[in-house]
Design a protein around this ligand. Structure first.
Ligand SMILES: *Cc1c(COP(=O)(O)O)cnc(C)c1O
Length: 430
């Protein structure tokens, strides 16, 4: 199976985290988001334990909550020692509701208005990751009014394209996030921050991309960011204490996708970090990583009920389920692909386009799902690896209430996010 937490019993019953998908669907209804809490803990530990082995206490893993965000999930990752990366007041409020240690909250985002900054200051979060000059000025002004000093990181665009083998690519320089180094603006940004009396510049941040498979992307990011830390020291006398390399390790959605051995990658990365620092004559910075997808993706599964099977002889065949792009817009957004499994039947598989119930032709979940020929109305199908960027990207399109999120742990299950009702949908209408 695609991932260790997916299995099939002898009678054909599909299981996730050891539990019958059909029983969970009967108990909680469909569409249904399942999250394997034990898998999330395991994924957190790959990061925390590998970093601890190489860097001791001089590192922190920060969960990028945009991948999937609800209070229980923040509690869970926090209980594994992770910080939380938030990009909006909503994500920030979720981290606060989860009781996340404020020191471990990092406020990202490329468009924080004064109201957002004020809210985060009120919440006394640990760090702002300042994206641009206007934000820097607004934050300095608001901190001066409050007569306090706020710790910050600066988001730098290192000019790396994670999807090609070219060392530096202008494609990244033109990102909407962060301030580019290649244009000289990055250095000015850093020098400006150092001049702000109410801001304490703790370090630099960069994020090269998402679903990264290339072997040496993070090493190349280090090769840009570490010399930059040395240059800043040589120029200003200030050795910035921390470096955050962002998130982005790829995960497997289909058998044909490459497998990224994150522990092995981190081993290499930590070694590179220490070697480069020694070569450059700088201390090893406090090292942060911000995984999102690789913490939650393979901990998720979505279960749907089939409503119709449509065969157009000589053309195509569809399996339609209730749900679709409202709970998983990734095909519509990125042509993302998935592995689809039948809830109870195996064998005699045919190719179907698995589509949702929304009024869009692009409401596709997986264009080439392999499902048994006998798949029919009332059957269950499961879409694997939906833990990241599904619930967090869900919408009310076609006024579909959001599914519930059920956590699975040690053979038990519990609701982490309630299923929305029709009343919930109508609540704000006047
Ligand atoms: C999206 C994002 C992440 C997480 O990326 P994943 O691919 O989900 O690991 C981390 N940091 C920043 C700044 C991001 O924008």
């Amino acid at each position: 199976m695609l991932s260790e937490n997916i299995a099939r019993r002898e009678d054909g019953t599909l299981t996730f985290a050891g539990q019958s998908v059909a029983e969970l669907a009967a108990r909680y209804g469909t569409p249904l988001y399942l999250m394997d809490a034990d898998r999330i803990r395991h994924n957190c530990r790959v990061y925390t334990e590998t970093l601890r082995r190489h860097l001791g206490g001089n590192a922190l893993t920060v969960y990028a909550s945009k991948a999937a965000d609800f209070t229980e999930l923040c509690r869970l990752t926090h209980s594994e020692g992770l910080g939380v990366d938030v990009v909006s007041c909503g994500e920030l409020a979720t981290a606060v509701a989860a009781g996340v240690d404020r020191e471990k909250i990092f406020f990202h985002g490329n468009c924080k208005l004064d109201g957002d900054i004020a809210y985060a200051l009120d919440q006394a979060i640990g760090y702002f990751v300042v994206d641009n000059t206007e934000e820097l000025e607004a934050l300095e002004r608001l901190c001066a009014q409050r007569k306090r000093v706020q710790k910050i990181f600066l988001r730098i665009t290192p000019g790396i394209d994670p999807h090609t083998y070219e060392a530096v690519n202008t494609g990244r320089v033109d990102s909407k996030f962060g301030v580019a180094l290649a244009t000289g603006q990055g250095l000015d940004f850093i020098l400006s921050a150092l001049r702000c009396p109410h801001l304490s510049l703790e370090g630099l941040h960069c994020h090269v991309g998402s679903q990264v498979f290339d072997e040496d992307v993070y090493e190349r990011a280090l090769d840009i960011m570490l010399p930059l830390l040395r240059d800043i020291r040589d120029r200003t006398g200030v050795m910035l204490p921390a470096l955050n390399l962002g998130g982005g390790y790829g995960v497997r959605y289909r058998e044909s996708d490459r497998e990224v051995d994150i522990a092995a990658r981190l081993d290499g990365l930590c070694r590179h970090l220490k070697e480069r620092c020694a070569q450059l004559g700088i201390p090893v910075p406090f090292f942060l990583l911000e995984p999102g997808r690789s913490i939650v993706a393979d901990a998720g599964m979505t279960v749907y009920t089939v409503g119709s099977v449509k065969r157009i002889p000589g053309y195509k065949q569809y399996v339609a389920v209730q749900g679709g792009m409202a709970d998983n817009p990734r095909y519509a957004l990125y042509k993302a692909r998935y592995t689809v499994l039948h809830g109870s039947k195996v064998g005699n598989e045919e190719v179907f386009s698995l589509v949702g119930s929304c009024c869009e032709s692009d409401d596709v979940i997986e264009p080439e799902a392999l499902l048994p020929a006998g798949t029919c109305r009332g059957d269950l199908v499961a879409v694997c690896t939906t833990g990241a960027y599904n619930y967090s990207m869900s919408s009310h399109y076609n006024r579909l209430p959001r599914p519930c999120v059920v956590m699975l742990h040690g053979g038990e299950s519990y609701v982490a996010v309630e299923r929305e009702t029709l009343e919930d949908l109508l609540r704000y209408d006047r």
